[in-house]
Design a protein around this ligand. Structure first.
Ligand SMILES: CCCCCCCCCC/C=C\CC(=O)SCCNC(=O)CCNC(=O)[C@H](O)C(C)(C)COP(=O)(O)OP(=O)(O)OC[C@H]1O[C@@H](n2cnc3c(N)ncnc32)[C@H](O)[C@@H]1OP(=O)(O)O
Length: 394
């Protein structure tokens, strides 16, 4: 009752009034501006401008910016509606959904107009972090930067140990697609804070759609398959900089990276059986190949946690560095790699990956289908409930 009361009070504060205000000016802008078209460059400039605003424009404007950004980049909202208790994501979903079938170009123009009006009304700073060529904004759960020929995708939910919520899955896919087309030579995935990532956000299981848990599991499997597919198909050298402990899907995906550098503080843990789940990220195929079937079984079936040294000895990690010098040593090395001829690196990766691609996609499909069933099992549901009610941690 207390939860419902709290949710209702928060919903009153957040949603109905702000959403009416959100949708109306957007429609007006649409009518007034149909003749104008913002270019992709204008849109990118506007995204950078938002980052430079010194004053917080407030939640209502941020919701507008968010919805226009999503509409401009992904088109009409067609993702499942978050549950009533997931207030923030629900407010964002409502804002995006309120844009209906507004064309992408118009959303892009409206975004540019809104940012321009904010920039003139709020003081903005023209200072860019020194040495930063480009900073991608518009991400809620990531920090994406590009400099020295390296696009860095940093998982940015440090207070949740960089657990992957549904939004983060989508944003990583988006960032990978953008990185595959930008002018960087290599791409890096890393974590902000003390963890690399604690894996799938277990609250992903809580907002049940009208179609019930079956629909939730089906949507989860579709999302997971698409997500892992982006790693299989990523065309440039992809490097993991594992700054701290890694759990679940953040570990299994490492088998699809081209190099993995780890701090000696990192650990590698895939407690799938403890969670009533089964391996994903193609690990049922890559891990036995990388480390032998028996060692893979210890990790994937018995949930044995490896130190960074052990993971390196078994081939999952390329090299381990002392935590004290980790960042300096790794980035020095990556900057040198990024100076190599990018087309040669891309073609060499293609030759290595192409032999396996079909197999990897087939494995991915099978793993997702098995997991879809697992998510409906009592074993899995009990494990999630135990974590969420704080009865158990890893
Ligand atoms: C059916 C729909 C699915 C939709 C999604 C589809 C794709 C899914 C595909 C992948 C499926 C599974 C693969 C996996 O990744 S399985 C692994 C899942 N991860 C875990 O089980 C880790 C759970 N976390 C912990 O055990 C501990 O938090 C920790 C990582 C050992 C850290 O312990 P700590 O004591 O140092 O810190 P703690 O206080 O617990 O954490 C700080 C806050 O962060 C929250 N948090 C951490 N990890 C997660 C997580 N994985 N999910 C959700 N929340 C997490 C934690 O609750 C704390 O929050 P708060 O401060 O209490 O608010």
């Amino acid at each position: 009752v207390a939860m419902a009361h709290l949710a209702w009070r928060l919903a009153q504060r957040w949603c109905p009034s702000s959403l009416q205000v959100i949708s109306f000016p957007v429609v007006q802008l649409h009518l007034n501006r149909t003749a104008m078209r913002a270019s992709q460059k204008d849109f990118e400039n506007a995204m950078n401008q938002v980052k430079l605003l010194k004053k917080d424009p407030g939640n209502e404007v941020k919701l507008k910016l968010y919805s226009l950004y999503k509409q401009a980049t992904e088109g009409p909202c067609n993702v499942p509606k978050p549950g009533v208790f997931d207030l923030i994501n629900k407010a964002k979903w409502d804002a995006w959904n309120a844009l209906g079938s507004l064309p992408k170009e118009t959303a892009r123009q409206n975004y540019v107009d809104l940012v321009s009006s904010l920039s003139s009304s709020l003081e903005s700073s023209s200072q860019v972090e020194p040495g930063t060529d480009r900073k991608s904004t518009g991400y809620e759960t990531l920090m994406v930067t590009s400099e020295d020929g390296i696009t860095k995708i940093m998982l940015n939910r440090p207070t949740k140990k960089n657990a992957l919520n549904v939004e983060m899955y989508h944003e990583i896919m988006h960032a990978l697609k953008a990185a595959s087309k930008d002018d960087s030579a290599i791409t890096v995935l890393t974590g902000n804070g003390d963890y690399y990532s604690s894996g799938n956000d277990l609250t992903n299981f809580t907002d049940i759609p009208p179609g019930g848990v079956e629909e939730k599991a089906k949507n989860g499997a579709i999302l997971l398959r698409e997500f892992v597919g982006c790693f299989i198909d990523f065309p440039k050298p992809l490097i993991a900089v594992v700054n701290g402990p890694a759990v679940g899907i953040s570990v299994t995906l490492l088998g699809l990276f081209d190099a993995v550098y780890a701090s000696d503080r990192a650990t590698f843990h895939t407690p799938f059986s403890h969670l009533g789940q089964s391996p994903e990220g193609c690990s049922s195929y890559t891990f036995p190949k990388i480390m032998s079937p028996a060692k893979a079984t210890e990790m994937l079936v018995f949930g044995k946690k490896l130190t960074a040294g052990e993971a390196c000895a078994q081939g999952l990690v390329t090299e381990v560095f002392p935590d004290r010098t980790f960042q300096k040593e790794v980035w020095t090395r990556l900057k040198a790699f990024a100076k190599l001829p990018p087309n040669a690196m891309r073609i060499s990766k293609e030759i290595i990956r192409n032999r396996e691609k079909e197999k990897l996609h087939a494995v991915n499909a099978e793993e997702c289908s098995v997991l879809q069933g697992r998510w409906l099992s009592d074993e899995c549901m009990n494990a999630v409930v135990n974590f969420l009610s704080r009865k158990s941690k890893l």
